[in-house]
Design a protein around this ligand. Sequence first.
Ligand code: HEC
Length: 125
Amino acid sequence: MKAPVLLSLAVAVVCGVAVTAQAQAAKSNLVAAGHDFALQVCAPCHVVANDQKSAPMLNPPAPSFSAIAQSNDLSEATLRKFLSTLHRNIGRDGKMPNWLLADFQIDEIVAYLLSLKDGQGSSKF
Ligand code: HEC
């Protein structure tokens, strides 16, 4: 009688591990997609990554993504709000354009920016 219980326990454990691994893979895909998207769209004004090929054109540049990520008031909620609403009144002269990003793009950018919180910086320029 014990074997089926043990077996279903084992199945549950294995499934749990698989689900966690899947969630982690999905998360790192989001981070990678956010990194690539930021290099294409945000890099003209922000230093977004260590592998950014050229310095931002905007002079002086907007805050680097690593600086943004280290900021104490940064959270997933504040980032999502910033990226999904009109924010002409935020920051100096409202210079950050409103991107009207799609939800999936916001998910990617948020995942990428939050992944920079641990200090792997983008301080190249
Ligand atoms: C045309 C230049 C420009 C581009 C392109 C740009 N930004 Fe910005 N961004 C700015 C400026 C200037 C600021 C600082 C002023 C402000 O907060 O509005 C800023 C601020 C920010 C902030 C807030 C920083 C803080 O201190 O709270 C975030 C987050 C941000 N940008 C994300 C992005 C993302 C993500 C992209 C790409 C989708 C992007 N930016 C593209 C110019 C730009």
